[in-house]
Write a protein that binds this ligand. Structure first.
Ligand code: SF4
Length: 509
């Protein structure tokens, strides 16, 4: 956990903001864990469930009994300062190893070397195959390292320094990682972290109004209850970590030379080797002026993806299953929204939706239309749905090939041509082009909650979901219109200033 958060959680007397999406994620995580544990208890012979008023003592009893699996354990360090609540403790040959259950994917095509085991063979390390644990999920391993350290103190840790994580991949599997292997072993990283976390807490006891470690903006902040609190503070000082790829070490390096604000970074030479890359300066310039800029010379027109009939396309899914696909068909200056819907949300309904959707995509291809979408989500999801239902797009050998021939990823085009002040989400880019969603809380993950509310009987959500999907496709069209409107006379986009010069000239449009 972020050291700033460790401070805030304990000492800061300010309201946190827990949004609906994060609350739902937490509920889904609990549901997933319970599903996995039920599956595990079904395949293991000797399972001890810790209960009672003294769970620490009951855990030690369960471990002493030699149970294959200990669930609901509570471990306490000898000095009483450290506690751990592992999801699962599993008995290997000579002791126990900890496992966490996580509601996200942990298996990768690259990452940390590991071993993968089916749930039935958790106690048998020889019944494993090679696997890669996703580097981006390293924090899961720090968590199991914590449990291993506590098991070790209790005298029950296996000599094999394995820590396991069961992710959301089906069928459920455990990925084991050797916590003492590698250039920087997880256990070493964990021990260093404990020292830092303890320092942060001891500092907080003496100075509860100010964390030992200043906040810095990174991916985990977007899922943190203190995000609004920290972001407000970082924005007030125009902190450089609000820029992509600027870590705390880059911030410190710049600060040593007196560079502390985004505006100062905007004025730097993009090739300055104190920065992780030239795009940092370009983003700083876009952020400093609060608008989209071009990467290149503004006198060259931008090649906006177009065709006589332009189709903007967006799908909505619930737990990976498609229930709504929307097209915005624009020709001769007017647009028509055309949704294909399955409100039932079951597999039979999805199959019929995908069949109709594929046949519509084939018609667009026949008409020579370019179908535009945001990121490769539509492509990937339709490939999976096609495989799930044994369907393909008429006239095309594969779904992927259809997208190669007739689709355009407008997000990719935007990334290649425009510098954004704050990333390339459609919800960031379209407002910079003057578009606003009708819904005051638009978002793909919010829409999953609305779909659940619809299934639970709230019929008003039908309209909300349709409006949201329609606005997503209109947003794409508006980005292209904005680029075309920014025409200084030499073609689309020639009125958009370039980030390659600083300061940025005054707005032309
Ligand atoms: S918002 Fe970011 S910096 Fe602030 S406490 Fe959370 S993770 Fe740490």
């Amino acid at each position: 956990m972020c050291l700033t958060r460790i401070h805030h959680d304990r000492f800061t007397d300010a309201p946190t903001v827990v949004d609906e999406v994060r609350s739902r994620d937490a509920a889904l995580g609990i549901e997933h864990e319970s599903l996995v544990l039920t599956r595990l208890t079904g395949v293991m012979r000797r399972v001890a469930q810790v209960t009672g008023d003294d769970p620490v003592a009951a855990t030690l009893d369960a471990l002493a009994s030699g149970a294959d699996l200990v669930l609901g354990a509570r471990l306490l360090s000898a000095d009483g300062r450290s506690v751990g609540v592992p999801d699962v403790l599993v008995r290997l040959d000579d002791g126990y190893a900890p496992i966490e259950v996580k509601h996200h994917k942990v298996l990768g095509s690259s990452g940390i070397d590991g071993l993968v085991a089916p749930l039935e063979s958790l106690t048998d390390v020889s019944a494993t195959g090679p696997a890669k644990f996703r580097t981006g999920r390293r924090r899961d391993l720090l968590q199991v390292a914590h449990y291993r350290r506590l098991l070790d103190e209790a005298g029950y840790a296996s000599r094999l320094a394995l820590g396991g994580v069961i992710g959301s991949e089906r069928p459920y599997r455990c990925v084991w990682v050797d916590l003492e292997a590698g250039h920087t072993p997880i256990m070493v990283e964990y021990d260093d972290y404990v020292v830092a976390a303890t320092d942060a807490i001891e500092h907080g006891v003496a100075h509860n109004d100010e964390p030992l470690v200043d906040p810095w903006w990174r991916t985990e902040c977007t899922r943190c209850d203190w995000a609004a609190h920290c972001k407000g503070r970082l924005e007030a000082t125009s902190d450089v970590t609000l820029l992509s790829n600027v870590t705390t070490s880059v911030r410190d390096r710049l600060a040593r030379d007196g560079i502390t604000t985004i505006e100062q970074v905007a004025a730097m030479d993009p090739t300055d080797d104190r920065l992780p890359g030239p795009k940092v300066v370009l983003q700083a310039r876009a952020r400093a002026v609060g608008r989209l800029l071009r990467f290149d010379d503004p006198s060259t027109p931008l090649d906006v993806p177009s065709s006589p009939t332009e189709v903007d396309f967006d799908i909505e899914t619930y737990r990976g299953q498609i229930y709504l696909a929307g097209f915005l068909i624009t020709a001769n200056g007017s647009s028509t929204y055309e949704p294909i819907i399955d409100w039932k949300g079951d597999l039979t309904g999805e199959r019929e939706l995908v069949r109709r959707l594929f046949s519509r995509l084939a018609e667009f291809a026949f008409d020579g239309a370019v179908v535009q979408h945001w990121t490769d989500y539509e492509r990937r999801t339709l490939e999976e749905a096609g495989a799930r239902h044994g369907l393909s797009i008429p006239g095309s050998p594969t779904v992927g090939r259809w997208f190669d021939d007739h689709g355009v990823d407008l997000c990719d085009w935007t990334r290649r041509n425009l510098v954004s002040p704050a990333g390339y989400s459609l919800k960031v880019i379209a407002p910079l082009c003057g578009f606003e969603w009708r819904d005051d809380d638009p978002g793909g993950r919010q829409s999953e909650i609305w779909f659940e509310q619809l299934v639970d009987g709230d019929d008003t959500m039908r309209e909300r979901l349709l409006e949201y999907n329609e606005d997503d496709v209109i947003a794409q069209r508006e980005i292209r219109r904005w680029v075309r409107r920014n025409d200084s006379g030499a073609g689309p986009g020639t009125g958009i200033p370039s980030a390659s010069t600083w300061p940025i000239p005054a707005r032309r449009t």
